[in-house]
Design a protein around this ligand. Structure first.
Ligand SMILES: Cc1cc2nc3c(=O)[nH]c(=O)nc-3n(C[C@H](O)[C@H](O)[C@H](O)COP(=O)(O)OP(=O)(O)OC[C@H]3O[C@@H](n4cnc5c(N)ncnc54)[C@H](O)[C@@H]3O)c2cc1C
Length: 389
């Protein structure tokens, strides 16, 4: 029989260390106190509050995994996932701000940056510089490596020309990781990642999208017109940008799983509170078994989403393979978020259909989970490849 003594027992997926528990509680309190009051106006106006972003920096949320010598909090990937979940429970836009900064930008720089690049950029990303991650283009979405942005070598520079679309955080960002090809004839082997500062000549941020959900999170076009970038600002090897993109996005997907988990939890908590208050037929609607079963089913789905997300994050921190689990977590959590948010809206009856209650915002915010960092079909493609290999 297996030895089940405490020392040998494997911790349950939802068990947190003391440090993680304290961090989670502090993050939840921060989200309630600092983010919650601004959620409705930020969503209505489609603008992220500048002062709130400053607080994210002050409280260390923009450099969660960055090692302390670079000014960061020196935390784990799992802690970043907890923060994204807690922020998104209150506001998915706030969740994606820290998600892109931590799981894509800081992560790519930590993993692929030269020591000089890390010394130069990581302390700024931790302190006051928002980062953005620019892969997609008007004609290269799911087929991201069909990108057309060109990087032409010229002396100790590359000259970049092209357009990027849908870039999260672009309005506020000071540093951009931009993917371009040094030679389209090389296919994906020409793709290279570059670190571009906002004030670089020939670089500009274009139109901001007016979106259905995560409205406070900025999504903009980038324009590169004869934009000179030092060779020293290539991130990773020239021609290996596809590896930078693929490997960072594998991790990023767990972040989107956490964002969607937060959305599902937030929607559910509001619906449970409402069901206890709202009376029909002389009873709170939570007394009706149909409502009880609906909420119980949704809570079960959210719990499954949590297990998948935490498992993928723990695998990543343990340096074990996690690509399949990350794709599954993102795929599943985005489905759960949409279903939970939609059915929670119905718990409110007609009131859920108005902007007087938060239910409709959770539903709008849930839609993006199936789209960015690889659509649901792209996740299924990854999962299928891995299980059929
Ligand atoms: C709010 C928002 C924020 C974003 N932030 C960023 C960002 O920060 N950085 C960045 O680089 N990008 C970002 N994106 C872009 C996002 O990653 C792309 O929108 C996404 O990858 C899908 O690409 P697409 O929009 O071109 O759709 P398409 O690729 O044109 O897909 C259209 C439909 O066709 C399906 N499809 C495509 N190919 C296949 C196939 N082979 N088999 C089956 N179905 C297929 C898709 O699943 C989808 O349903 C963002 C997008 C949005 C909306």
């Amino acid at each position: 029989m297996a030895d089940m003594t405490a020392a040998n027992a494997i911790a349950p997926l939802t068990a947190l260390t003391e440090e993680e528990r304290m961090f989670q509680a502090a993050t939840r309190e921060f989200a309630e106190k600092e983010i919650r009051p601004h959620v409705e106006p930020m969503d209505r106006e489609g603008v992220f509050r500048h002062e709130l972003m400053d607080t994210f920096f002050e409280q260390g949320f923009m450099g969660l995994e960055v090692p302390e010598p670079y000014g960061g909090s020196g935390g784990s990937f799992f802690m970043a996932i907890l923060a994204i979940e807690e922020f998104s429970r209150v506001d998915a836009s706030a969740g994606v701000v820290i998600d892109v900064q931590n799981t894509l930008v800081n992560n790519a720089l930590q993993r692929w940056g030269s020591e000089a690049q890390k010394q130069k950029f990581l302390p700024r990303l931790v302190r006051d510089t928002v980062g953005a991650y620019a892969l997609s283009e008007p004609n290269a979405g799911s087929d991201a490596f069909a990108l057309a942005t060109r990087a032409r070598p010229e002396g100790d520079h590359f000259i970049l020309n092209g357009r990027k679309l849908w870039i999260t955080n672009a309005k506020e960002a000071g540093l951009f990781i931009v993917f371009a090809t040094v030679d389209p004839a090389l296919g994906y082997k020409g793709i290279t990642a570059f670190l571009i500062e906002r004030d670089t000549p020939g670089f500009s941020v274009g139109k901001k999208e007016d979106k259905l959900g995560i409205r406070a999170s900025s999504t903009c076009e980038l324009i590169l017109e004869d934009c000179p970038v030092l060779r020293a600002n290539a991130l990773g090897e020239v021609g290996k940008g596809y590896k930078v993109a693929m490997e960072t996005l594998n991790e990023g997907r767990i972040g989107i799983g956490a964002q969607m988990l937060g959305v599902a939890r937030g929607a559910l908590e509001h619906a449970i509170a409402y069901a206890k208050e709202r009376k029909q037929f002389g009873h709170p609607i939570a007394d009706f078994q149909a409502i009880q079963f609906q909420l119980a089913r949704l809570a079960t789905e959210a719990e499954a989403a949590r297990l998948m997300t935490y498992n993928a994050a723990r695998l990543k921190d343990a340096h074990l393979p996690f690509m399949k689990e990350a794709a599954m977590a993102k795929y599943f959590c985005s489905q759960v978020a949409e279903r939970v948010a939609s059915e929670c809206l119905e718990v409110y009856g007609g009131y859920g259909f108005t902007k007087d209650y938060p239910a409709e915002k959770y539903l709008r915010d849930s839609k993006i989970g199936k789209i960015y960092e690889g659509t649901s079909f792209m996740q299924l493609q990854t999962i299928a490849k891995l299980i059929l290999a």
